[in-house]
Design a protein around this ligand. Structure first.
Ligand code: GLV
Ligand code: MN
Ligand code: MN
Length: 419
């Protein structure tokens, strides 16, 4: 399908700058914790821009934000394009924002060109993709795909102690201009543009990744409990030191999981010792573990190895380990006809591409459970993301937005609306 609409590069790049100013950090990144004030400000800015252009704005009970440009055939389910606006605590300005703002640029480009689509197109900004303030991640797209809010989410507290349900209520109330929408209404398909967050496109000098699937993720919260005691007077034989047990378990895991399987990832990103005093043996040590693998059965085995390493390390130190799984995202495969639509778009735009599996998780993984979905990646400098230094060449941002526009039209015209 040949498309007469085109991305306005200057407008897209300015939008990226404007949104990067919300929650800007001194080192050039952003801090827009999910459902926090900065996240709310970013939503309000996007909703305001949408209303100015005459689009309708909705939010559902999870505060997923939708911006609708009506299609010719109101009986067709809308086609969704988007990503997220929340960030890591020291996050980059492109992770999530590029996909959301490029999606909005697609609506504006269609509007500028007066090009009508058969199905309506809606931009979506999913709630709490990152999961770093409130776990699990991808809460908005997960609840949307389930069609309900899991009961056990009501008691979730953020890393700052705030109840998730209170932050959600505050965020919903902060956007009174949005019309209300039920959770999980029918959609005809989904496309998400995102930065790769790894180095392969840059290393191979390829501007576009066509994502065929996403590897699986599991998160564990582990607390090892021993006995707090005096740092100066307690001899080795009398110590019940959870830090010694934790370091022993982690040493074993770092020596085995990734060295033995090149596809496995194990990350300890958060660790807290309590009471947290320089001259007291800690009474407990809590840590997060993030596990990734493209195969579910390998994730099962790795999780069992983690459990075994902790259980066998705590006993010699007179400690106990409590291990809780907080997130389980099975690997996903995207929908072949949507992937093919994205390939046609790349050929039409004469952009070189390669197929890839995403190492990071994305909202598209959950959306793929209920609708035909796929993703488009663009390179980021040094493959760096979840870092304030994250950077994407302007040309790559614009090429990604062009791909999103052309791919959406390809997929819609191939009949996604009738799927
Ligand atoms: C998403 O932010 C991830 O951690 O993969
Ligand atoms: Mn992201
Ligand atoms: Mn992220």
């Amino acid at each position: 399908m040949i498309c007469s609409a085109d991305i306005n590069a200057a407008r897209l790049l300015k939008r990226l700058d404007d949104f990067a100013a919300i929650g800007a950090t001194p080192a050039g990144g952003v801090n827009r914790a999910a459902l926090g004030r900065q996240d709310q400000a970013a939503r309000a800015l996007l909703a305001g821009l949408a209303l100015e252009r005459g689009f309708r704005v909705f939010q559902d009970p999870l505060a997923n934000l939708f911006i609708r440009r009506d299609g010719k055939n109101g009986s067709l389910a809308p086609f969704l394009i988007g990503s997220h606006l929340d960030s890591q605590p020291t996050g980059g300005r492109y992770d999530g924002a590029l996909g959301t703002l490029a999606a909005f640029e697609v609506l504006e480009a269609l509007e500028d060109a007066g090009l009508e689509t058969e199905a309506s197109i809606e931009v979506v900004a999913w709630t709490n993709e990152e999961g770093s303030r409130f776990a699990p991640g991808a809460m908005g797209s997960m609840a949307f795909s389930l069609g309900h809010i899991p009961q056990n989410w009501q008691d979730i507290r953020g890393t700052d102690g705030v109840f998730w349900r209170d932050a959600l209520a505050e965020t919903l109330a902060a956007l009174p201009v949005a019309e209300q929408r039920p959770l999980g209404f029918p959609i005809s398909g989904y496309l998400e543009l995102h930065i790769e967050q790894g180095p392969s496109l840059e290393n191979e000098d390829i501007p576009i990744g066509i994502v065929t699937g996403v590897q699986g993720t599991r998160w564990l919260d582990i607390t090892v409990t021993g006995q707090a005691a005096h740092a100066g007077t307690t001899q080795l034989a009398f110590r019940r030191d959870p830090m010694m047990a934790v370091t022993h378990a982690l040493h074993t895991l770092y020596e085995t999981i990734m060295p033995e399987d090149g596809d496995a990832r194990l990350t300890v990103g958060r660790i807290t010792a309590l009471p947290g005093s320089v001259n007291a043996i800690p009474g407990s040590v809590s840590l997060s573990i993030d596990l990734r693998h493209p195969q579910s059965d390998r994730l099962d085995k790795i999780e069992a190895q983690v459990s075994e390493a902790f259980q066998s390390s705590v006993a010699p130190h007179g400690c106990k380990a409590d291990i809780r799984r907080t997130f389980d995202m099975s690997p996903a495969r995207f929908f072949q006809p949507v992937i093919e639509g994205v390939e046609r778009a790349a050929r039409h735009l004469r952009l070189r591409f390669k197929h890839m599996v995403s190492g990071a998780f994305h909202d598209a993984l959950y959306v793929a459970r209920i609708a035909p979905a796929a993703m488009i990646f663009v390179p980021c400098r040094d493959g760096l993301s979840h870092n304030e230094a994250e950077y994407v060449e302007p040309d790559h941002c614009v090429a990604g937005a062009r791909m999103l526009l052309q791919s959406a039209l390809e997929v819609i015209s191939a009949g996604a609306g009738k799927h």
